[in-house]
Design a protein around this ligand. Structure first.
Ligand SMILES: Cc1cn([C@H]2C[C@H](O)[C@@H](COP(=O)(O)OP(=O)(O)O[C@H]3O[C@@H](C)C(=O)[C@@H](O)[C@H]3O)O2)c(=O)[nH]c1=O
Length: 184
């Protein structure tokens, strides 16, 4: 397994070892002891999977008081996946990393608790799988609009297909005030 640190502390790009043979391939998508060696020492309590079609963008999502760390990967298709650092004490607060995850590259991203997360779909269909370090808590959901001008993510698609909820998300500026306890 190859693990690459990103500029956002704790946010890791993971390339699991893929064992190919004449039947196909095998890979371990999570192994507690080995992932812990790289700082992923969380207990995962929920596994999720979503399917989306080309041009769908889900995000940018976080939970306010019960932040979820997420170990994300793709079992079908290709996405551009984004993590935004929302940890108020972080030197990289407000910065993001983006990485292509696909069924070809088998890459994973570990998004620590305290980040917003989102992805857009680059293939006809994408099956997105992730493990979470805390439970889904709908009343605790927060979000930032995908095309926020301050975060300024270079999404590889234009005019994404968004849920009604995601279309109405606030800006980073609005969310930042809440996170940092500032008055606007
Ligand atoms: C996230 C989630 C949703 N749901 C339900 C609520 C709703 O009826 C339906 C779809 O929910 P959403 O529109 O919020 O799904 P979605 O937009 O896919 O939300 C997800 O986006 C990505 C980017 C993330 O990082 C995830 O943590 C999560 O926020 O599924 C659950 O039952 N459990 C869950 O953990």
């Amino acid at each position: 397994m190859k693990v690459i640190e990103t500029k956002l502390q704790g946010c890791l790009i993971i390339h699991p070892d893929v064992h190919g043979d004449n039947r196909g391939f095998f890979l371990e998508t999570y192994q507690e002891e080995r992932y812990a060696e790289y700082g992923i020492k969380y207990k995962f309590v929920q596994d999720n999977r979503s399917r989306s079609s080309f041009g769908v963008l889900r995000g940018l999502h976080f939970q306010k008081t019960r932040p979820q760390g997420k170990l994300v990967s793709i079992t079908r298709g290709e996405v551009f996946d984004v993590a935004v650092d929302l940890r108020p004490e972080s030197k990289t607060f407000g910065e993001y990393v983006g990485v292509v995850l696909s069924e070809e590259n088998n890459t994973q991203l570990f998004v620590p608790p305290g980040f917003a997360h989102g992805f857009c779909v680059l293939s006809e269909l994408a099956d997105f799988s992730y493990k979470c370090t805390d439970y889904y808590s709908p009343s605790d959901e927060g979000g930032i609009i995908w095309n926020d001008p301050i975060i300024n993510i270079e999404w590889p698609i234009k005019d994404p297909n968004l849920s009604e909820k995601d279309r109405l998300l606030p800006t980073f500026d609005d969310v930042k005030c809440n996170i940092l306890g500032e008055k606007k």
